[in-house]
Design a protein around this ligand. Structure first.
Ligand code: ATP
Length: 356
């Protein structure tokens, strides 16, 4: 499979900028997720790669071939739209066959490939159904089979799971990842759901206001967000305002003590200390020997299946969220609302992020 390279690609609509000078290399067989809030430019980027939106400037190449201004049917890409866009009057098999017939493939080969493509998405038994006679998940699979049957160089998926319920979404997420890996398909996946992006992608591209905010493997982006926006979007609620101490191994909270911090690059001026909820320990007694300790009170507790989340007011002022294993799974007993507690974390657990 070829790699896809975007070089300074932009899309302007009159005076408004949908995507601003975006450069990105999507490797051979890699699954890259474009992630970000509504309106940040994800779909426009995907549509420029697919040829449904013409780039205002910049260059898009696939395996070294310049496709920037080629129409979609000359790019050999499979596209799955958010609403699947199946032809309503055609059966599943006819929908999947359409692209092959347009390419002039003979009847026998078309039938064989359609059969194989439907079998691959476990829909062989529904080949003669119309879209309205199928569930959302089944229609989604037909759309996927239709995209795959042309043996595309690149697979483009635009929020393919957003119309499915939670259980199906989870199942399809795994199926898409398995298919993509077994076929070694270079894939771009658009989503606004950080869990979906983190659990499927080799790399995530976090977008904000038409620009790339951060790129990297999911664990790296989640573990070391660069900005308050990245941290917030990835579900890291704890952002303590303050500034680094001159020696760089401490962080002076705006209202509160100096916290110990390891492994941070120099940051000038005001910044934020991001703490993932799972790195914040919570103890009913003041822990001995912990590098960072903040006393506080439990204000709200919420259950999350395997975990319990405490939302706490620290005595220094800011709210903090701590996540603990649920008691039923070996975690500590639940602490009541109003309880006085001690929050603690290791010097290496915090990450300095910029204010946006
Ligand atoms: P969503 O998750 O809501 O689909 P997105 O991140 O995919 O959002 P885009 O659809 O790429 O965002 O839109 C990026 C920006 O470009 C938005 O501000 C949008 O209003 C604008 N935009 C998109 N298409 C057009 C168009 N045809 N004409 C004018 N502006 C457009």
């Amino acid at each position: 499979m070829p790699e896809v390279v975007l070089q300074d690609v932009a899309k302007h609509y009159g005076n408004s900028i949908a995507v601003e000078n975006m450069s990105l290399r999507i490797g051979d067989g890699e699954l890259v997720a474009l992630l970000g809030p509504s309106g940040c430019g994800k779909t426009t980027t995907l549509r420029m790669i697919g040829g449904f939106v013409d780039a205002t400037s910049g260059q898009i190449t696939v395996g070294g071939r310049d496709v920037t201004h080629l129409p979609p049917n000359r790019r050999n890409m499979g596209f799955v739209f958010q609403n699947y866009a199946l032809f309503p009057h055609m059966t599943a098999a006819q929908n999947v066959a359409f692209g092959l017939e347009m390419r002039g493939l003979n009847k026998a080969d078309t039938e064989r490939k359609v059969r194989e493509a439907l079998a691959r998405v476990r829909l062989g038994h529904l080949a003669d159904r119309l879209p309205r006679q199928m569930s959302g998940g089944q229609q989604q699979r037909v759309a996927l089979a239709r995209a795959l049957v042309i043996e595309p160089d690149v697979l483009l998926l635009d929020e393919p799971l957003s119309n499915l319920d939670a259980a199906l979404r989870h199942e399809m997420k795994i199926e898409i990842r398995q298919l993509q890996q077994s076929l070694g398909l270079t894939t771009v996946f658009v989503t606004h759901d950080q869990d979906e992006a983190m659990s499927t992608a080799d790399r995530m591209v976090l977008m904000y206001n038409g620009k790339v905010e951060q790129v990297g493997p999911p664990d790296e982006v989640y573990g070391r967000p660069r900005s308050a926006f990245a941290a917030g979007f990835l579900g890291i609620p704890n952002l303590l305002p303050g500034r680094m101490t001159a020696t760089q191994d401490g962080f002076r909270m705006e209202a509160g003590p100096v916290l110990r911090l390891d492994g941070q690059e120099a940051q000038m001026g005001k910044s934020l200390l991001a703490l993932r909820p799972e790195v914040v320990g919570i103890a009913a007694e003041a822990p001995e020997g912990a590098a960072n300790i903040l006393p506080g009170r439990v204000e709200v507790m919420t259950y999350h299946g395997a975990a319990v989340e405490y939302h706490l007011r620290t005595e220094a002022g800011p709210m903090l969220t701590a996540r603990a294993t649920a008691p039923g799974l070996g975690g500590p007993n639940v602490l009541p609302v109003g309880a006085r507690v001690w929050l603690h974390w290791a010097p290496s657990a915090g990450v300095i992020v910029s204010e946006n």
